[in-house]
Design a protein around this ligand. Structure first.
Ligand SMILES: Cc1ncc(COP(=O)(O)O)c(C=O)c1O
Length: 338
């Protein structure tokens, strides 16, 4: 499909786009084994309102305003970037926001994204990790009814804003990426990113199929495994095609790598912390331990294994998440030697 012929749903202008595509010369020298490593700076979509989630929220928030929703409700881990972004978008648009957060910590440290949630004035409640999925589904049903009784219309946003509305964020970003590739004369390219609730991966995988781009999109799982993500990309895509007539029912072949998940969601190995510190020193680019640090480690390991032998250039999408590092300062202290 020719670029820009796609009929997008309503969208707000919240993200500072296009974001820069930058070559990382010293990182390429250090880890590239002859390949160039580029970084697409989606961590620069804003300041506190930064990261990949803003691209999705441009469509989700437009839908909320068009349909007279008065409160955005969403969920995630206590340091969720998506929850922080949603809380700030709600404040920016004069909407209310309620967050259902997952944590077993007592007391909960008022830091990083959770601190920003509070500054944005979001109300919140905490559910424990045990039984999270089941309890969350139940709570979503009761919350909607409670807010309705209080005269509010709730838009229930799923984890990570990953659904048939959020998917448009990274379909649109694929158009931007194509311009980046042309401007920089890149041919044989792979796009690598952290995948957590699969929405970014679905958008990029679908976008490259829709616009017929000769690129492979590789998602690096930060939890679960490759089978879960591949199935999730396909089911989100089926749902999107069913909802939007303008999306052709193209077959997708999602590619997920899961060797850098480490101990589990939100937990990283010392090697990830060391890599974050090393890349910060080398390039002035700061990754986070929950998403981008893990994914970047996966990319480096894959370069060593020859997984990227068919390409000359690897574009790593920096999906943001810097506020998450503040909740990991103890683990980072060894990596920075303080
Ligand atoms: C910094 C960062 N990178 C990557 C991701 C993964 O994006 P997605 O949920 O679309 O898979 C997230 C999701 O929370 C994130 O916060």
């Amino acid at each position: 499909m020719a670029l820009s012929l796609l009929n997008y749903p309503s969208r707000l202008d919240l993200a500072r786009t296009p974001t820069p595509l930058e070559l990382m010369p010293r990182a390429s020298e250090r880890w590239g084994l002859g390949k160039r490593i580029w970084i697409k700076r989606d961590d620069l979509t804003g300041a506190t309102l930064s990261g990949n989630k803003i691209r999705k929220l441009e469509f989700i928030a437009a839908y909320a305003l068009e349909n007279d929703y008065t409160i955005l409700i969403t969920c995630g881990g206590i340091q969720s970037n998506h929850c922080r972004a949603t809380a700030l978008v709600a404040a920016r648009l004069g909407l209310d926001c309620h967050l259902v957060l997952r944590s077993d910590d007592v007391p909960i440290a008022l830091t990083g994204n959770f601190l920003l949630d509070q500054l944005a004035g979001a109300s919140f409640e905490i559910l424990p990790t045990k039984g999270w999925g089941r309890n969350l589904s139940r709570r979503y049903v009761s919350l909607e009814a409670e807010f309705e009784a209080a005269g509010k219309k709730s838009l229930m946003i799923p984890t990570g804003g990953s659904d048939s509305l959020g998917v448009w964020g990274y379909i649109a970003a694929t158009e931007e990426l194509q311009c980046d590739l042309i401007e920089n004369g890149l041919g044989r390219v792979a796009i690598a990113l952290a995948t957590g609730s699969a929405g970014t991966q679905t958008g990029l995988t679908a976008g490259s199929a829709l616009f017929d781009l000769p690129i492979e999109v590789i998602g690096y799982a930060v939890c679960d495994d490759q089978h879960w993500f591949n199935a999730r990309v396909l089911s989100d895509w089926r749902e999107s095609v069913a909802r939007w007539q303008q999306l052709p029912d193209l077959p997708l072949t999602p590619i997920t790598r899961d060797h850098s998940v480490g101990p589990g969601y939100g937990q990283a190995t010392p090697a990830v912390y060391e890599l974050i510190a090393e890349l910060s020193r080398l390039e002035g680019v700061v990754l986070d331990p929950v998403y981008t640090g893990k994914a970047f480690k996966g990319v480096i390991e894959d370069i060593e294994r020859g997984f990227y032998d068919a390409v000359d250039d690897i574009v790593f999408i920096h999906t943001g998440g810097v506020f998450g590092i503040f909740a990991h300062s103890d683990s980072l202290s060894a990596a920075v030697g303080v």
